[in-house]
Every structure is written in C-alpha cells, then in structure tokens.
Design a protein around this ligand. Structure first.
Ligand code: CO
Length: 271
C-alpha cells in the first residue's frame, strides 16, 4: 500500500550549489548526503514536513539523471510515494498494466525503491520507496518551508488523469477543492496523497506558463508548492539570503527558477 509522498526528486548540476538555496536559504536540514556509485549519482535528502526534497547530481555522463540534465536542464525529476512493501506494490502496478522501469525493487537513497515509467502516469516519473530506517523529522523551527503543500501536474484531461492516478495509486480526488480558475487560465483538481496534494492542471487558454508547458512538454510535473507560515516574511528572508522571489500575491509567491535550480517553486501561506 502507498501511504504518502515520500519525496520529490530534483536534478541539479551541483548539489553543493543547490544546497545554497534548499538548505541555507529555505532552512531545510540535510538527513542524507551520499554518492551511490552504481547509479552514478550523489543524492541529498532534506526533510520538509513529513516528506523530503531529494537533490540528485549526476557523477557520470552515462546515467538517466545525466541524460535528463543534458536534455531538459535542472528541475523537477520525479515524485516518490512511500510504500510499505515496494516489491508487492511494483507487482500490483504491473498487474494494472503500468509500464515499470524496475521490474524488481533495488537499493536506493530512500530505501528499497523502484521506478514506474512516466508514459503510464501522464508524463510523471514515479518512484516507490520502502524506507529502511525511521522517518526523518524535520524541518526545524527556523525553516521557512514547513512542508510540501502540493505538486502540480499538467495534464490534457483532468478526469482521465485522476482516474489513472486513483486506479494506479489508490488516492482519491478531493471534491471540495479545485475548479475553473479563470484569472490563471486553468482548470484544476486536487487529490490528497497522504501528506500532500497532487494538483492536476489543464490550461483553458493558449497563454500563460501552464499553456506553454503543455505546448512544449505535453503532460508532466510542473510545479512544487511549499507551505510557509507567512508569505511576506518568507519572501523578505529569502531575499536577504540572496534568492530571487516575486512579490507575494494573496499569500502566494514564486521563486525564480534561477534561484530554485530550475524548479517552478511556489510558496503558499498556510496557517
Ligand atoms: Co527519489
């Protein structure tokens, strides 16, 4: 069974550089920092609420992560769901017709892990992980980012994508959230994945960042939203620490992808 978002994976050129933002500016602690030789990556885990942010830096040129970096640049790479039995959940996914990248589980940064093909999941690379150690607790009191609020996924048709995710992962749409957001030229719906929402987003006009993403990339993970206590204060502190952040609007602020290492990163005020 899948229970929640375990982490969001972000591919970066240099983990040291990216730590300057995710650790030093956002205030997230580092729980794991390790080179996995056979996978050719350095992985750094930063707890954020009951989930984590995983920075991935390729250490060789012949890996999937290195190819992603070459073709797409830095940014959001995958979403990982926590599983109580990675092998059983991979088998269950295969039985539902999901194309797997890992037919059998293997050892990864987050425990026993396996990847599902993005083709089967509306453009999102999905990982399952069964942690081998106790969950890390974080972030600390002085962190700006309290938890992962939601992960935005651009799709062609919301009911189709929601049905796929419900069937594959067992999460359900939240009937009280979402709708037509005319000011943003989008339609959205939210599905609670344990500790964070998945937001399905469909552009309703030809303009704006969602329509641009849909035209250039099709479907896929588009945005990472982190909850903050106070948007104005978070923006002021991040600016003091050298990050570029737009002025908050109704409790929502966007960090420049230049500061967040390619991620479309939103800060949202939640009490
Ligand atoms: Co991962």
């Amino acid at each position: 069974m899948l229970s929640k978002v375990h982490h969001v994976g972000i591919v970066v050129r240099s983990a040291d550089d990216a730590l300057g933002f995710y650790r030093d500016a956002l205030g997230l602690p580092v729980s794991v920092d390790r080179v996995i030789e056979d996978q050719g990556v350095r992985g750094v885990l930063l707890p954020c609420g009951s989930a984590e942010i995983e920075l991935l830096e390729p250490t060789r040129d012949d890996t999937g992560v290195a190819r992603f970096l070459q073709s797409r640049g830095e940014g959001q790479h995958h979403v990982c769901f926590e599983s109580d039995d990675c092998a059983a959940d991979l088998r269950a996914a295969a039985d539902k017709g999901v194309q797997l990248i890992d037919g059998a589980p293997r050892a990864g940064l987050a425990g026993t892990i396996g990847f599902l093909h993005p083709k089967s999941n509306h453009g999102v690379l999905i990982e399952y992980a069964t942690p081998v150690e106790e969950a890390h607790v974080g972030p600390g009191e002085d962190a700006i980012a309290r938890r992962i609020d939601h992960i935005g996924i651009v799709v062609k048709d919301i009911p189709t994508a929601a049905a796929t995710y419900e069937h594959h992962f067992g999460f359900s749409l939240d009937p009280d959230l979402g709708g037509n957001v005319e000011a943003l030229g989008i339609e959205n719906a939210f599905m609670l994945a344990g500790n964070a929402h998945l937001e399905f987003i469909r552009p309703t006009t030809g303009e704006g960042p969602v329509a641009k993403f849909a035209a250039e990339r099709g479907e896929g993970s588009f945005l990472l939203s982190l909850a903050v206590d106070d948007a104005e204060a978070a923006v002021a502190t991040l600016r003091e620490r050298g990050a570029r952040v737009a002025d908050p609007n109704n409790g929502v602020a966007f960090v420049s992808p230049r500061s967040s290492f390619g991620v479309t990163l939103q800060l949202v005020e939640r009490s």
